[in-house]
Write a protein that binds this ligand. Structure first.
Ligand code: UT7
Length: 327
């Protein structure tokens, strides 16, 4: 039987209008444009002021369906990657499906922090490859401003809000997702976590007073793990698929820090022109970074391009996806 591959056939992003610049942050906390730019590469980020995580995702999904002229009723499944769910339950994917009119789709969330999009993409691809489904939407969406402490300079300068959505459809020409390598290591919880609000530490006056509902990150430790693992898994997926640096057309790296991106590209032997970068505009949107890169660079992509997506995030979670662009 002819092999079915799962191909991305469309991409759309959504970014809130409000732009939080390094200048504005410098007035809130003891930081500077110089520090943020030289340590991270970030100049500004977007902040959601008129809704929540599912609203950003629903706007991306609606935009995607309009752009592709697809009836929302034709979608079989939607998977939403996020760590900033609207509620502990129901899932954000449930709410997005309702808001975007996907009345026939079932839905679930994937919680893998900054690796959420590649986890969800790999998962979604399986439903297409089995032949079970024809149209699966995968979204990466995070409203990081809802869990960021704007008095903590070590985290508030890094994160931003945004969402990106892709459509996965069956492909019979060998385009689409070729391979993925995914990893997790729960011992990383000590270095990057939102400590309270879950079963380990339910909300109380104390957790609020101690500011434990915000992201806590030991940046240096996370940096070390991120640099090593993101670069390593990216090189490994190239090796496993016999790809040289000449064969790879694009690296789509998680946008956490320009220095981590540079180290990954270097390990893969890729020049800057082959690396998608938009961290300067949006900061780290967690699950949103990879689809937002694809959206920003969509017009430069060609059918058959060899693309490696690569990410590292809280959990720890990390991994890479190798795909051939389908249009
Ligand atoms: O996406 C999920 C995964 N997350 C990541 O991949 C993030 C990985 N980590 C990083 O990107 C970097 O560690 C950061 C950007 C978070 C921090 O950069 P760094 O070069 O590792 O800085 P550091 O934490 O070692 O701090 C160096 C200094 C410290 O001051 P002292 O102790 O040397 O006096 C910090 O207090 O910089 C200080 N600092 C700041 N100064 C000005 C920390 N944050 C700021 C700030 N503005 N915003």
């Amino acid at each position: 039987m002819e092999k079915i591959t799962a191909a991305i056939t469309g991409v759309q992003g959504y970014l809130p209008d409000y732009i939080l610049t390094n200048e504005e942050l410098s007035k809130k906390v003891d930081t500077s444009d110089e520090w943020i730019t030289s340590r991270t590469g970030i100049k500004e980020r977007r902040i959601m002021k008129d809704g929540c995580t599912s609203d950003m995702a629903a706007r991306a999904v609606k935009g995607l369906l309009e752009k592709m002229n697809i009836d929302p009723m034709d979608i079989d499944l939607i998977i939403v990657a996020t760590v900033t769910a609207d509620y502990p339950f129901p899932s954000t994917a449930n709410l997005v499906a309702d808001k975007a009119g996907l009345k026939k789709a079932w839905s679930f969330d994937v919680n893998a922090a900054c690796s959420g999009f590649i986890y969800a993409l790999s998962t979604g691809s399986q439903f297409i490859e089995t032949g079970k489904y024809k149209k699966v939407i995968v979204v990466g969406t995070d409203m990081m401003s809802s869990i960021i402490d704007y008095t903590d300079r070590a985290t508030c300068v890094i994160f931003g809000d945004g969402a990106g959505a892709v459509l996965l459809e069956p492909n019979h020409e060998g385009m689409g997702i070729q391979d993925f390598m995914l990893h997790s290591d729960g011992s990383g919880v000590q270095y990057l976590v939102q400590p309270a609000g879950g079963a380990a530490k339910p909300a109380s006056h104390e957790t609020v007073d101690e500011r434990l509902h915000y992201v806590k990150q030991e940046g240096k430790q996370v940096f070390k793990f991120a640099v090593t693992n993101m670069a390593e898994v990216s090189a490994q997926i190239m090796e496993r698929n016999n790809l040289t640096s000449e064969d790879v057309d694009w690296l789509v790296p998680h946008q956490a820090n320009l220095r981590i991106i540079d180290a990954t590209a270097q390990r893969m032997g890729l020049p800057n022109e082959k690396v998608m970068i938009n961290i300067q505009k949006y900061g780290n949107t967690t699950a949103g970074t990879l689809p937002l890169c694809l959206w920003d660079y969509e017009s430069q992509l060609k059918k058959g391009d060899n693309i490696i997506l690569s990410a590292f995030g809280g959990g720890f979670t990390w991994g890479a996806v190798y795909l051939k662009w389908a249009y």
